[in-house]
Design a binder for this molecule. Sequence first.
Ligand code: DX5
Ligand code: ZN
Length: 216
Amino acid sequence: MPIIAPSLLAADFSNLRHEMHDVSSAPWLHLDVMDGHFVPNISFGMPVIKALRPHSPAKFDAHLMVEPVDPLLEAIAKAGVDHITVHVEGNPHLHRTLQTIHALGCKAGVAICPATPPEALSYVMDLVDIILVMTVNPGFGGQKFLESQLPKVRTLSKMIAQSGRDIVLGVDGGIDATTTPRVTEAGATMLVAGSSIFGKEDRAAAITTLEQASVS
Ligand code: DX5
Ligand code: ZN
């Protein structure tokens, strides 16, 4: 079964602690940090993550859509996240960034936008713990899944197998009961889902639906 990572971006921001509790059957919580510069939207940052941290046992999975990212790494780690995922785009020193994330005691992730080829990750396969294929353009929840990204998931799945390392392959954007079988068949082992979980009345049932829709 894939790891389900509910994206708090789709939650009711006036009630975050309760919303987080409502998805506690999922092992990860996906936290989208946006700066209004790398992406055309602003979400939440370290103070909010720090406030939520004591109230959940989930792995806090931060997805940083900020540029530059390096100056924020220490503060985001101190806010209590377990994973820090940065974008391959707009970061000429990605290799060093991943080393820094490890030095801070976190798992290191790399997110890859729809227009970026999978080979952009070729020379960091020895450092990366999580690969996050964006199946929408980052910045907003509730967008339509981009079919064009399926071959990229396949290619990265093969690259992971060749590396011989235990790397989580996630997908982010437009993931629901219809797209889940397609991405898991292509090799995804982690699913980020915002609207298809928080948009439902029964969030625990929505999480189970995604787990069961997967092709293992
Ligand atoms: C988009 C974010 C996603 C977003 C996904 O930039 O990275 O995590 O919350 O939202 P849905 O699941 O609604 O497409
Ligand atoms: Zn995300």
